[in-house]
Ligand binder design. Sequence first.
Ligand SMILES: NC(=O)c1ccc[n+]([C@@H]2O[C@H](COP(=O)([O-])OP(=O)(O)OC[C@H]3O[C@@H](n4cnc5c(N)ncnc54)[C@H](O)[C@@H]3O)[C@@H](O)[C@H]2O)c1
Length: 428
Amino acid sequence: MSSQHPIPSYLHPTETGPWGVYLEQIDRVTPYLGSLSRWVETLKRPKRILVVDVPIERDDGTIAHFEGYRVQHNTSRGPGKGGVRFHQDVTLSEVMALSAWMTIKNSAVNVPYGGAKGGIRVDPKTLSRGELMRMTRRYTSEIGIIIGPDKDIPAPDVNTNEQTMAWMMDTYSMNEGRTSTGVVTGKPISLGGSLGRREATGRGVFVVGCEAAKKRGMNIEGAKVAVQGFGNVGGIAGRLFAEAGAKVVAVQDHGGTIFHSNGLDVPKLLDHVARHGSVAGFEGIEATMATEDFWKVDCDIMIPAALEQQITVRNADQIRAKIILEGANGPTTPEADDILRDKGVLVVPDVIANAGGVTVSYFEWVQDFSSYFWTEEEINQRLTRIMTEAFSSVWQVSEEKNTSLRTAAFVIACTRVLQAREVRGLYP
Ligand SMILES: NC(=O)c1ccc[n+]([C@@H]2O[C@H](COP(=O)([O-])OP(=O)(O)OC[C@H]3O[C@@H](n4cnc5c(N)ncnc54)[C@H](O)[C@@H]3O)[C@@H](O)[C@H]2O)c1
């Protein structure tokens, strides 16, 4: 796959991971970029990578060291923007790919940002609250030389939340000697966070899901939905689909897979997850399932909302859903994309489907700058309009060019980024 590409010396030459998936997606869009394709190499290498050592003193007095990253993939259209992930499997390849998908996403929905991402290779469940805070603060301090409200603005991702953002904002502010609310988004409301931000990614998944269902002539009421990952994104999306009358028949998270043919009670399930940390042990189920059987579930809409590279050549053929809404970043490999397309499954790609989070992050940043805060109704209306318009533009390009929605989204996004690159010109 990616062996045709010059792989930087700091990545494994053949095991390129999610970065290899991203490179192949860029190859697929290049023929549609016309004269701008002469700039395409700029998308195949991150602008800036910072790898940091994050040492902390543990509660028992020992010293632990963690690997931390911040990658700024592209800043042609504005400051870097993208989440911070705490996970034991974080790698440089993953953070590079996630930062690149942020470049594409921010451009596809036309918010004035480049793409960035960060992460720490750690299982946060093994740390106490105090250790987690010290690790977050030291990481923020280490990457402080490249982040800032007009340089690069982090946000929550897997295993990070409003509290993480509050610690990041406080650490950056202490180092700067002034309170800087605009340095991160996804903050608590009391610190300049935005109403609607916590739900925004899941809400965006729901909004584009409704648009995709209209195109397929599918009724949301009564539709069967399967969700992988029941955290911020999957949990909220599942709740909104259930509220609209859909039946959430299967849910999988890191602890297990549960099923009910009449639909799980989503509010009760969310409450269970909040108390126990996983869907495992939830009582209102018909059956539990083996991990791999999740992909074979009889459903109309499937929402991968956990991690990358979940839908692959191993399971794509088994999927029975008519629509896939990519809540997660990078859940489908290019080979699986082809299988799904041949089967007539409509895949709404991550760079559109989960763009609701960064869209409301943009609203939060604008509100912080102006110190004037909008109502939740205003935020949800503006979010719905941006998501609906973005979906409609991508749909139109996919029809004109007879491509998948992913390639169409990449055409729109890469064109905007490379036009900005071209008109700015190369420095010096
Ligand atoms: N939070 C956001 O605003 C946002 C925005 C855009 C995209 N995303 C993407 O959405 C995905 C989920 O992010 P989140 O913020 O909801 O994270 P989260 O930490 O709130 O939830 C992650 C969920 O995935 C599950 N999970 C982890 N490993 C799993 C595995 N091996 N198999 C099945 N389930 C597993 C966890 O149990 C949990 O339910 C990620 O790909 C993230 O990059 C998040």
